[in-house]
Design a protein around this ligand. Sequence first.
Ligand SMILES: *[C@@H]1O[C@H](CO)[C@@H](O)[C@H](O)[C@H]1NC(C)=O
Ligand SMILES: *[C@@H]1O[C@H](CO)[C@@H](O)[C@H](O)[C@H]1NC(C)=O
Ligand SMILES: *[C@@H]1O[C@H](CO)[C@@H](O)[C@H](O)[C@H]1NC(C)=O
Ligand SMILES: *[C@@H]1O[C@H](CO)[C@@H](O)[C@H](O)[C@H]1NC(C)=O
Length: 298
Amino acid sequence: MVSNRSVLFVLAGFLTQAIAIPRKVVLTNDDGWAVAQIRAEFVALREAGFDVVLSSPAENESGTGSSTAAATRLNITCEFDTCPIGATAEGFEPFDRNVDAVRFGIQTRAPELLGSKPDFVISGSNIGNNLGPVVLISGTVGAATEAALEGIPSIAFSGGSGAQISFETLSNASLPSTQSAEIYTSLVVSFTEVLLDNPPPILNPGISLNVNFASISSTCNSPQEFSFVLTRINPDPSVTDVSVCGTDHLPAEADAILEGCIATVSVFNASTKADVDAAQQEAVLKKLTHILTCLPSS
Ligand SMILES: *[C@@H]1O[C@H](CO)[C@@H](O)[C@H](O)[C@H]1NC(C)=O
Ligand SMILES: *[C@@H]1O[C@H](CO)[C@@H](O)[C@H](O)[C@H]1NC(C)=O
Ligand SMILES: *[C@@H]1O[C@H](CO)[C@@H](O)[C@H](O)[C@H]1NC(C)=O
Ligand SMILES: *[C@@H]1O[C@H](CO)[C@@H](O)[C@H](O)[C@H]1NC(C)=O
């Protein structure tokens, strides 16, 4: 039971510089507010010119899907002892679960801190991939679907490498978890920039993207090694997908990610967490043509 053991934390960062693309972002996860991966992204998104509100559970809520929990008073010291017991100061809110966190970020904190609801929600990158049927229980995907159902375009990111360890470990550049956090962070920022650098809408209503990065290895050891590939969450030979890479049957994300330094991109229905039809896939494909490539096997 975790329902009385979590609290929502919020960090905010702003830059005054104007950039052409939508720039108000709520950043969320289910691994907790203090893990290295989410903090690396918070810093990098700010440096890239985004106004970011980080709104995450105060403890590990992995695997809680789209569940929510009743608000309870904080009585924990949070992940890695990052908050005082009983804290009720500004920034500490008695909410639980990743979905509660992203909802609070969208509805309350972004309007307070950024002047409006966010343009966009980034969920993850999760520590550990969320592929195929696992999306149904993924808190990372759950938070992205919550955003999409509230009308805020979103992406769920997950990576095969990393560790649920404190952001303080980021100061050690030789830790494998620091290296994966930096590589995945770079991929999150560049993918987001490519998607946002399109005429509106950022994504059609009611859909979201599930993006998974292959594990870091001796060959997949820099962002430049990675290729983004359009995939589907669940294989279904009876369905005709958008035509790309010489086929109208997209590879399943769980298979595609095994083919090398691959980042899979699947388009899904935020209500059902199932794959969308070919027309919806095509709308996303058109926005991502600059970075999508074909699998080595195709
Ligand atoms: C976080 O929660 C998940 C699901 O309960 C668990 O598998 C994982 O080991 C937890 N992580 C840590 C660092 O405790
Ligand atoms: C807070 O948690 C501790 C143990 O973790 C417990 O002894 C105490 O009763 C709790 N306080 C409240 C107000 O729930
Ligand atoms: C950094 O991490 C490496 C690899 O785990 C370890 O050998 C080293 O002792 C760490 N350095 C510090 C300063 O903690
Ligand atoms: C999502 O699925 C629901 C239920 O099947 C359907 O009514 C809706 O049109 C779908 N939305 C999109 C964007 O495909």
